[in-house]
Ligand binder design. Structure first.
Ligand code: NAP
Length: 479
């Protein structure tokens, strides 16, 4: 079994404590690696290395930094098969999904932000007798804290814009899914990144993560994770006046109108609910259906979902792999018990599948659809973050919007209709950061990404990421 190390100043170093955590493969329950349980001393070491590197890194040209990101993208692409296998092993997701979504998007993130930085411009404001122009300057050392559901994809989404804007990075991935971040560290070394520009500290969020966000020399924190953790991060970072980007949880609605393309909407709703075992912040876990087609739609949805194959993540036939851990499956199953006590009826799924060894010890759960719940019930309003969706009828746009907007989250929604005017009207009225019309998870890396209400603060993506990872300075010249 391999032991992983922290990556500081281009060297792989053991944790100061000498203590290691088990990295468990959720599909089999096997321990696949030992990872450092880092503490404040490791964080200090990494931040000092980043701080030392940041001054000279900030003086490099945009072209040099963009070239580094392009080189990283090429190496990720070259190691794509290995990375897809590791991502699947660590998260339990199907290899096919990692190979077609996670890893290609990590490549795309590094390539995109290299190009975006090369083509970015800043503003000038002329006034009578003077000219103002805006400079964008790096922040120094930035902390990147990422969750377990899309490990390399979300780390690359933050690391690429941070680096290309001239910052040095200290990353803390989820301790549940550390493996691809370690390969990314190897890749930075392989492509000749200057020492200290990219640093990686493994360990628990409450220890290494907390020490990182509280560190005086960390200028900004980009955090993606749960809403409750986001509140803790904000609480620690705000009094230190750190720049903060929070991408948090969701309880996203899929709105099905009677005039939709029926088959496309069934397929879209099923995919939105269960891709990555329902563990994507954007998953459509509340499916709201026009009452006039409710019975027919739910019947077709259940048929579609029953056809999904749960099991061996290595098999190309598998639709759903394991959940990220046995503890997380317990939490999701807790919601199934709650749903029954709240009056819900499980239409399909709700059980652990029976699988042959070694997957009989894995954290698998069948994709589950629940009907009959109040739209205000806890099951229908709290983020479950697993393969569980609830279905609810509505009558008319007003009620659909009331239900969709009636939760404390506001990350995304998708709506399915052939009526163009309705699509624009409903999209404008939904209280979310993203709305998809007749599609889901279609991403253009230039567009603003983030949530409203309890789903987050700030936007990342395109110029928003470049702006977050830099400080603007106005220069006023008397002419
Ligand atoms: P989480 O428990 O909030 O953890 C996220 C990250 O924060 C992990 O690296 C975690 O480390 C770390 N962390 C935990 N406590 C911390 C603390 N006190 N200080 C600093 N860092 C700390 O979230 P998760 O369970 O990994 O991920 C699932 C959640 O992420 C869901 O709510 C999902 O909706 C959300 N998410 C949001 C987006 C988005 O773009 N809006 C995207 C993906 C996921 P450990 O794991 O080591 O504790």
């Amino acid at each position: 079994m391999t032991s992983k190390a922290n990556f500081i100043s281009n060297a792989f170093v053991p944790p100061a404590s000498g203590v290691y955590l088990d990295d468990i493969a959720p599909a089999t329950g096997e321990c696949i690696a030992k990872i450092p349980r880092s503490n404040a001393a490791d964080v200090d070491h990494a931040v000092a290395a980043a701080r030392k590197a940041s001054a000279s890194w900030a003086r490099t040209t945009v072209a040099e930094r963009a070239d580094l990101c392009d080189a990283v993208a090429s190496r990720i692409a070259a190691r794509a098969d290995e990375l897809a296998q590791l991502e699947s092993l660590d998260t339990g997701k199907p290899v096919k999904l990692a190979a077609t979504l996670d890893i290609p998007r990590a490549v795309a993130n590094f390539r995109f932000f290299a190009g975006a930085a090369r083509h970015t411009s800043t503003a000038a404001h002329e006034m009578d007798g003077a000219l103002n122009y805006t400079l964008r300057r790096p922040l120094g050392v930035v902390a990147l804290i990422t969750p377990w559901n899309l490990p390399l994809y979300l780390l690359s989404w933050k690391a690429a814009p941070a680096l290309v804007m001239g910052n040095a990075v200290v990353a803390k991935p989820s301790e549940l899914t550390p493996l691809t971040a370690s390969v990314l560290a190897e890749i930075f070394k392989e492509v000749g990144a200057p020492a200290g520009v990219f640093n990686l500290v493994h360990g628990f969020g409450a220890e290494a993560g907390q020490a990182l966000i509280e560190h005086r020399d960390v200028a900004a924190v980009s955090f993606t994770g749960g809403t409750a953790t986001g509140a803790r991060v904000a609480h620690a970072a705000a009094p230190l006046f750190k720049k903060l980007s929070l991408e948090l949880g969701g309880k996203n609605a899929t709105l099905i109108f009677a005039d939709c393309d029926f088959d496309a909407a069934v397929e879209g709703a099923a995919r939105a609910a269960f891709l990555n075992q329902g563990q994507i912040c954007l998953c459509g876990s509340r499916i709201l259906i026009d009452r006039s087609i409710y019975d027919r739609f739910v019947e077709a949805l259940v048929v579609r979902v029953r056809a999904m194959r749960v099991g061996d993540p290595r098999s190309p036939e598998t639709t759903l792999g394991a959940l990220v851990s046995a503890a997380h499956r317990d939490k999701v199953e807790g919601y199934l018990t709650l749903a029954k006590s709240e009056g819900g009826t499980i239409l399909c799924g709700g059980k652990r599948p029976s699988l042959a060894p070694p997957f009989d010890r894995g954290a698998f759960l069948e994709p589950t659809i629940i009907a009959g719940l109040s739209t205000k019930s806890r099951t229908a309003t709290q983020e479950i973050f697993g393969p569980v969706a609830t279905v609810h009828p509505f009558e008319g746009e007003t009620e659909a919007l009331e239900i969709a907007n009636g939760v404390r989250y506001g990350l995304s929604a998708s709506l399915w209709t052939r009526d163009l005017s309705r699509a624009h009207r409903v999209a404008a009225a939904l209280e979310t950061g993203t709305v998809w019309v007749n599609t889901w998870l279609l991403r253009d890396l230039r567009v603003p990404f983030g949530g409203v209400k309890d789903s987050g603060v700030g936007r990342e993506g395109g110029v928003h990421s470049l702006e977050f990872f830099s400080e603007s300075k106005n220069v006023c010249v008397k002419v």
